[in-house]
Write a protein that binds this ligand. Structure first.
Ligand code: BTN
Length: 256
């Protein structure tokens, strides 16, 4: 990939061969010059790719998609920032749906194929008063990597599923076109539609499954997700439990 001209009129896609982290690089560049909404930095390799809660994001050089996109969702109240996660997750899910069955969104914004993680996101929002000021949406999608040697618990790549290389630039363009449509829906106030689609796409959407919180393991079903992004689980005794990100874990069987 070199400098790409986006099909999206306003989207500027900047390709770098190597950087520490596309999220960090984009933030640094934005300190120097304002980039238009939808601008993307895509890297062939990150030397210090960042995951959620301080984890590292490992991705083999030249094999996968690692990119970050900037938005200025200044009309969005802080307590609705989860909508950004929802539109990004839906856009990745629907992009991957074109290649394989079995793609879902694991709350809040991991993308799964069956019981394995194919994509992770690191969304960093800057706030101004009660509204968002800027959102840096960092996305890593495992595409053509054939072996995972790091300690990520359950990674999978599209190659491992379909046994074929995919063109990273094509996948990026497909994602951006869906993301633009969802962002437009968000700007038009179609928040209920976005939430409905998100709920329909959820991993473990139906039935009881094993979870664990600070008090231990339990079986529950997904009862709902609040506009703030809190997960509501209903345990087998009928009680509703409410969780912020990282307050509950999914007890996914190893080696499934
Ligand atoms: C996770 O832990 O699931 C989130 C992973 C996010 C990885 C992407 S790769 C592109 C962008 N730059 C980063 O440093 N992280 C995100």
């Amino acid at each position: 990939m070199s400098m790409l001209n986006s099909t999206m009129e306003k989207t500027r896609i900047i390709h770098v061969e190597e950087t520490h982290s596309t999220n960090s690089l984009l933030r640094e560049w934005l300190e120097q010059e304002p980039l238009p909404t939808g601008s993307v930095i895509v890297a062939d390799f990150q030397t210090a790719g960042r995951g959620q809660v301080g984890n590292v994001w490992e991705s083999e050089r030249g094999k996968n998609l690692t990119f970050s996109l900037v938005l200025y969702p200044q009309a969005l109240p802080v307590n609705q920032q989860f909508l950004i996660s929802q539109i990004a997750a839906l856009s990745v899910k629907e992009t991957l749906d074109a290649y394989t069955e079995g793609i879902s969104i694991k709350w809040p914004n991991d993308i799964y194929w069956q019981d394995k993680k194919i994509c992770g996101m690191l969304i960093e929002n800057d706030l101004s008063g009660h509204n968002l000021l800027r959102s840096i949406i960092g996305i890593g999608i495992n595409l053509n990597q054939t072996i995972f040697r790091g300690d990520a618990p359950n990674p999978v790549s599209l190659w491992q599923i379909v046994k074929q290389e995919v063109d990273r630039e094509v996948v990026l363009r497909q994602f951006l076109s869906r993301f633009e449509a969802y962002n437009q829906a968000l700007l038009s106030g179609e928040k209920a539609l976005i939430h409905t689609r998100y709920m329909e796409a959820l991993y473990w959407r139906e039935g009881y499954h094993p979870y664990a919180d600070a008090k231990g393991a339990f079986s529950a079903r997904i009862y709902g997700i609040e506009p703030t992004g809190h997960l509501l689980l209903q345990s087998t005794d009928g009680a509703i439990r409410r969780y912020a990100f990282k307050e509950v874990s999914y007890l996914i069987q190893k080696g499934v």
